[in-house]
Design a protein around this ligand. Structure first.
Ligand SMILES: CC(C)(COP(=O)(O)OP(=O)(O)OC[C@H]1O[C@@H](n2cnc3c(N)ncnc32)[C@H](O)[C@@H]1OP(=O)(O)O)[C@@H](O)C(=O)NCCC(=O)NCCS
Length: 190
Protein backbone atom coordinates (compact mmCIF):
# COMPACT_ATOMS: atom_id res chain seq x y z
CA UNK A 1 0.00 0.00 0.00
CA UNK A 2 1.19 3.50 -0.80
CA UNK A 3 -0.02 6.39 1.39
CA UNK A 4 0.88 9.84 2.68
CA UNK A 5 2.89 10.04 5.88
CA UNK A 6 1.68 11.84 9.00
CA UNK A 7 3.71 13.32 11.87
CA UNK A 8 3.38 9.93 13.64
CA UNK A 9 5.39 8.23 10.87
CA UNK A 10 8.43 10.50 11.30
CA UNK A 11 10.43 8.18 13.63
CA UNK A 12 10.38 5.32 11.09
CA UNK A 13 11.14 7.69 8.18
CA UNK A 14 14.15 8.97 10.14
CA UNK A 15 15.28 5.39 10.83
CA UNK A 16 15.07 4.34 7.16
CA UNK A 17 16.72 7.58 6.01
CA UNK A 18 19.61 7.34 8.46
CA UNK A 19 20.25 3.66 7.69
CA UNK A 20 20.01 4.05 3.91
CA UNK A 21 21.90 7.31 3.46
CA UNK A 22 24.28 7.21 6.43
CA UNK A 23 27.00 9.10 4.52
CA UNK A 24 24.67 11.99 3.69
CA UNK A 25 24.60 15.35 5.39
CA UNK A 26 21.40 15.02 7.45
CA UNK A 27 22.17 11.61 9.01
CA UNK A 28 25.58 12.98 10.01
CA UNK A 29 23.77 15.65 12.06
CA UNK A 30 21.97 12.93 14.04
CA UNK A 31 18.41 11.76 14.56
CA UNK A 32 17.33 14.72 16.72
CA UNK A 33 18.03 17.18 13.90
CA UNK A 34 16.47 14.78 11.36
CA UNK A 35 13.25 14.69 13.41
CA UNK A 36 13.23 18.49 13.40
CA UNK A 37 13.82 18.52 9.65
CA UNK A 38 10.98 16.09 8.87
CA UNK A 39 8.61 17.83 11.32
CA UNK A 40 9.12 21.02 9.31
CA UNK A 41 9.08 19.16 5.97
CA UNK A 42 5.72 17.36 6.44
CA UNK A 43 3.95 20.58 7.38
CA UNK A 44 4.38 21.82 3.81
CA UNK A 45 5.22 18.78 1.69
CA UNK A 46 4.09 15.21 1.19
CA UNK A 47 6.15 12.22 2.24
CA UNK A 48 4.91 9.10 0.47
CA UNK A 49 5.23 5.76 2.23
CA UNK A 50 5.33 2.19 0.99
CA UNK A 51 3.70 -0.05 3.58
CA UNK A 52 3.46 -3.82 3.63
CA UNK A 53 1.66 -5.77 6.37
CA UNK A 54 1.49 -2.54 8.42
CA UNK A 55 5.30 -2.12 8.22
CA UNK A 56 6.76 0.90 6.48
CA UNK A 57 9.57 -0.27 4.23
CA UNK A 58 10.30 2.78 2.10
CA UNK A 59 9.51 6.41 1.52
CA UNK A 60 9.88 9.29 -0.90
CA UNK A 61 10.05 12.87 0.39
CA UNK A 62 8.54 15.15 -2.25
CA UNK A 63 9.55 18.77 -1.99
CA UNK A 64 6.93 21.01 -3.59
CA UNK A 65 7.42 24.08 -1.38
CA UNK A 66 11.12 24.15 -0.42
CA UNK A 67 11.34 24.57 3.35
CA UNK A 68 13.44 27.15 5.10
CA UNK A 69 16.23 25.16 6.74
CA UNK A 70 17.27 28.22 8.71
CA UNK A 71 14.48 27.57 11.23
CA UNK A 72 15.79 24.00 11.76
CA UNK A 73 19.34 25.34 12.10
CA UNK A 74 18.20 27.95 14.61
CA UNK A 75 16.24 25.42 16.70
CA UNK A 76 19.03 22.82 16.80
CA UNK A 77 22.06 25.10 16.56
CA UNK A 78 23.76 23.63 19.67
CA UNK A 79 23.54 20.04 18.36
CA UNK A 80 24.60 21.14 14.87
CA UNK A 81 27.61 23.09 16.17
CA UNK A 82 28.74 20.06 18.19
CA UNK A 83 28.39 17.76 15.15
CA UNK A 84 30.17 20.19 12.85
CA UNK A 85 33.04 20.60 15.33
CA UNK A 86 33.45 16.82 15.40
CA UNK A 87 33.08 16.48 11.59
CA UNK A 88 34.69 19.58 10.00
CA UNK A 89 33.75 18.39 6.49
CA UNK A 90 30.15 19.38 7.36
CA UNK A 91 31.04 23.08 7.71
CA UNK A 92 30.88 24.09 4.05
CA UNK A 93 27.65 22.18 3.47
CA UNK A 94 25.99 23.73 6.53
CA UNK A 95 26.89 27.19 5.27
CA UNK A 96 25.75 26.39 1.73
CA UNK A 97 22.40 25.00 2.91
CA UNK A 98 21.79 27.89 5.30
CA UNK A 99 22.22 30.33 2.40
CA UNK A 100 20.70 28.42 -0.52
CA UNK A 101 18.20 26.03 1.10
CA UNK A 102 15.16 27.66 -0.50
CA UNK A 103 16.63 27.54 -3.97
CA UNK A 104 15.32 25.04 -6.50
CA UNK A 105 17.39 24.39 -9.59
CA UNK A 106 14.24 24.32 -11.70
CA UNK A 107 10.79 25.35 -10.63
CA UNK A 108 9.58 21.78 -10.41
CA UNK A 109 8.78 19.52 -7.47
CA UNK A 110 11.78 17.50 -6.36
CA UNK A 111 12.17 14.15 -4.65
CA UNK A 112 14.54 15.25 -1.92
CA UNK A 113 15.06 11.74 -0.55
CA UNK A 114 13.96 8.28 -1.51
CA UNK A 115 14.99 5.16 0.39
CA UNK A 116 13.90 1.56 0.68
CA UNK A 117 14.95 -0.74 3.51
CA UNK A 118 17.90 -2.89 2.41
CA UNK A 119 16.16 -6.25 2.56
CA UNK A 120 13.33 -5.02 0.30
CA UNK A 121 15.43 -3.44 -2.45
CA UNK A 122 15.51 -4.47 -6.10
CA UNK A 123 11.87 -5.57 -5.93
CA UNK A 124 10.46 -2.61 -7.82
CA UNK A 125 9.28 -0.66 -4.73
CA UNK A 126 11.39 2.45 -5.43
CA UNK A 127 10.03 2.54 -9.00
CA UNK A 128 6.46 2.15 -7.71
CA UNK A 129 6.97 5.18 -5.45
CA UNK A 130 8.34 7.23 -8.37
CA UNK A 131 5.37 6.27 -10.56
CA UNK A 132 2.93 7.08 -7.76
CA UNK A 133 4.52 10.52 -7.32
CA UNK A 134 4.34 11.11 -11.10
CA UNK A 135 0.61 10.22 -11.17
CA UNK A 136 0.00 12.50 -8.21
CA UNK A 137 1.81 15.43 -9.89
CA UNK A 138 0.19 14.75 -13.25
CA UNK A 139 -3.27 15.09 -11.65
CA UNK A 140 -2.16 18.48 -10.34
CA UNK A 141 -1.19 19.57 -13.86
CA UNK A 142 2.55 19.56 -13.09
CA UNK A 143 4.74 18.55 -16.03
CA UNK A 144 8.14 17.64 -14.60
CA UNK A 145 9.67 15.97 -11.57
CA UNK A 146 13.23 16.73 -10.50
CA UNK A 147 15.77 14.65 -8.60
CA UNK A 148 19.37 15.30 -7.67
CA UNK A 149 22.06 12.79 -6.80
CA UNK A 150 25.81 12.75 -6.50
CA UNK A 151 27.38 11.80 -9.84
CA UNK A 152 29.40 8.98 -8.28
CA UNK A 153 26.35 7.32 -6.66
CA UNK A 154 26.11 4.53 -9.25
CA UNK A 155 23.11 2.88 -7.62
CA UNK A 156 20.98 6.04 -7.52
CA UNK A 157 22.04 7.12 -11.04
CA UNK A 158 21.10 3.69 -12.44
CA UNK A 159 17.81 3.83 -10.59
CA UNK A 160 16.87 7.27 -11.94
CA UNK A 161 17.94 6.44 -15.50
CA UNK A 162 15.86 3.26 -15.36
CA UNK A 163 12.93 5.41 -14.23
CA UNK A 164 13.16 7.61 -17.34
CA UNK A 165 14.93 10.59 -15.77
CA UNK A 166 17.41 12.52 -17.93
CA UNK A 167 20.39 14.52 -16.70
CA UNK A 168 19.80 18.18 -17.50
CA UNK A 169 22.54 19.82 -15.46
CA UNK A 170 25.59 18.98 -13.36
CA UNK A 171 25.96 21.11 -10.25
CA UNK A 172 29.44 21.52 -8.76
CA UNK A 173 29.44 21.96 -5.01
CA UNK A 174 32.69 21.89 -3.00
CA UNK A 175 34.59 19.54 -5.33
CA UNK A 176 31.53 17.25 -5.57
CA UNK A 177 29.36 16.88 -8.66
CA UNK A 178 25.61 16.44 -8.48
CA UNK A 179 23.51 15.26 -11.42
CA UNK A 180 20.21 17.11 -11.71
CA UNK A 181 17.61 14.96 -13.45
CA UNK A 182 14.20 15.80 -14.85
CA UNK A 183 11.45 13.42 -15.88
CA UNK A 184 8.25 14.24 -17.69
CA UNK A 185 5.61 13.02 -15.25
CA UNK A 186 3.51 11.60 -18.07
CA UNK A 187 6.31 9.42 -19.48
CA UNK A 188 5.86 5.77 -18.60
CA UNK A 189 8.42 3.50 -16.98
CA UNK A 190 10.80 1.73 -19.34
C1 LIG B 1 17.76 3.83 -4.87
C2 LIG B 1 16.66 2.96 -4.23
C3 LIG B 1 15.59 3.88 -3.62
C4 LIG B 1 16.05 2.08 -5.31
O1 LIG B 1 14.93 1.38 -4.77
P1 LIG B 1 14.57 -0.11 -5.25
O2 LIG B 1 13.22 -0.43 -4.74
O3 LIG B 1 15.66 -1.03 -4.87
O4 LIG B 1 14.58 0.10 -6.83
P2 LIG B 1 13.85 -0.80 -7.96
O5 LIG B 1 13.74 -2.21 -7.50
O6 LIG B 1 12.58 -0.11 -8.35
O7 LIG B 1 14.95 -0.71 -9.13
C5 LIG B 1 14.68 -0.16 -10.38
C6 LIG B 1 15.96 -0.15 -11.19
O8 LIG B 1 16.95 0.67 -10.56
C7 LIG B 1 18.27 0.11 -10.83
N1 LIG B 1 18.87 -0.38 -9.57
C8 LIG B 1 18.25 -0.53 -8.38
N2 LIG B 1 19.12 -1.01 -7.47
C9 LIG B 1 20.30 -1.18 -8.11
C10 LIG B 1 21.60 -1.64 -7.71
N3 LIG B 1 21.84 -2.05 -6.45
N4 LIG B 1 22.59 -1.66 -8.62
C11 LIG B 1 22.38 -1.26 -9.89
N5 LIG B 1 21.17 -0.82 -10.34
C12 LIG B 1 20.15 -0.77 -9.46
C13 LIG B 1 18.04 -1.09 -11.74
O9 LIG B 1 18.12 -0.62 -13.07
C14 LIG B 1 16.62 -1.49 -11.36
O10 LIG B 1 15.96 -2.18 -12.40
P3 LIG B 1 16.15 -3.79 -12.56
O11 LIG B 1 15.99 -4.37 -11.19
O12 LIG B 1 15.07 -4.14 -13.52
O13 LIG B 1 17.54 -3.97 -13.11
C15 LIG B 1 17.24 2.01 -3.13
O14 LIG B 1 18.32 1.27 -3.67
C16 LIG B 1 17.74 2.73 -1.90
O15 LIG B 1 17.00 2.95 -0.94
N6 LIG B 1 19.04 3.12 -1.90
C17 LIG B 1 19.65 3.86 -0.78
C18 LIG B 1 19.17 5.28 -0.71
C19 LIG B 1 19.53 6.07 -1.98
O16 LIG B 1 20.64 5.99 -2.50
N7 LIG B 1 18.55 6.91 -2.45
C20 LIG B 1 18.74 7.72 -3.65
C21 LIG B 1 19.30 9.06 -3.39
S1 LIG B 1 18.21 10.07 -2.36
Amino acid sequence: MIRFATQDDIPIIVDIHSQSLSEDYLPKLGKKVMHGYYNTFVKKNPVILFEEKKCIIGFAALSICPICLKSVFVKYYKTIIMKVLLQPDLWCQTLWLAIYSKRHDYDYPEISFIAIEKEHRRAGIGSQLINWVCNFLSKKGIEYLQVKTESNNTLANNFYKKNVFNVVYVEKRFKRNFNIYLREVKSGNS
